[in-house]
Design a protein around this ligand. Sequence first.
Ligand code: SF4
Length: 384
Amino acid sequence: MPPRRSHRADPKQLQQRLLIWYRRNKRDLPWRKTGDPYRILVSEIMLQQTQVVTVIPYYRRFIKTFPTVSSLARAPLQKVLKLWEGLGYYSRARNLHRAAQVIKERWKGKVPSTVEELSALPGIGRYTAGAVASIAFNIKTPILDGNVRRVLCRIFAIRKAPRQAVVQDRLWSLAAEILPEQNVGDFNQALMELGATVCLPRTPSCMICPLRESCRAYQTGLQDRLPIRVKRRTLPHHKMLVALIQNGRGLLIGPRPERGLLAGLWGFPEIDWKEATTSLQIEEAIKNRLGLKTNLLRPLEPVVHTFTHKRITYHPYLFNCISTQNRLPASWQWIPLDKIADYPLPNATRKIFDQIATDRLPLAAEQPAVYRKRKNVLGERQDA
Ligand code: SF4
């Protein structure tokens, strides 16, 4: 039986080995070529919940468009969201935009350097504040993201689920205890890099790991079993009807609510399937909400999107607008197909739109006979 007490790695040895390994093996990433705190901040926000390979082109485009805090602070939010389109977790873009405005106003355009000051900015939590403070300003402060958590759980053979609050506290303490006096930014990045490239979740490459002599999990054969995995709960699944309504000028799109899921992006009208499932009910819902009389033309392919807390299957349908009572909210607009891509759209909306993006208006009905007034459009039990 392996000992139950967590093993104390020699911090000096661990620091030295990890830093040497990092200097030899670190990936050539665009945000590692700069000491500019603003660019490091942008990269850290983009990297939250997102893989490096996905972030690289977004980071390049973003920095090219907004090379300074001031340029980002001055930009319209729609432009920021458009550049963020496809990267997901759009609250990050809104918060980054707001943070740039605070930095410009309160800090005269200079990113603050302490963890406390950084943590006071919109959307910046303990991890991001620590990463920016240590990488951009070499402040001695720990970080704990998913990669570091895994590496520490293995090095110190922590046999409790790492998401527990008490274990989180312990991991933050360990991350602080092993920090060197100098090269803190490199050391923190090295820990993340090791987790991302060597100490992988399912198949850690211990044979090439610079820390295997300090690693309790490796020495006791527990590397494949740590950190303790907690079974993920099944996400609730929702269905949503999406109405692509055309008239002679274009498709109807509008801004999503300012708060909540995908706030600030644009999209087509959505109707909860509990509210309406037959074509008649959907047309009635569109009339009540937008004052438009419509006629269902045909379905498009459903699109499934998984958010952190739920899955939604979007069932898109194409409608003709027959007449309007002029009750459309001012923000809703009829946009030609070739201009819709100029608006920031969520991923699922983009996939729906891509199905007709190269068509010409008016979009034709292909199966009008199938979608009679009382047909249940989800293909489920038909109303009497
Ligand atoms: S020895 Fe293996 S388990 Fe330990 S830190 Fe290295 S890769 Fe991870």
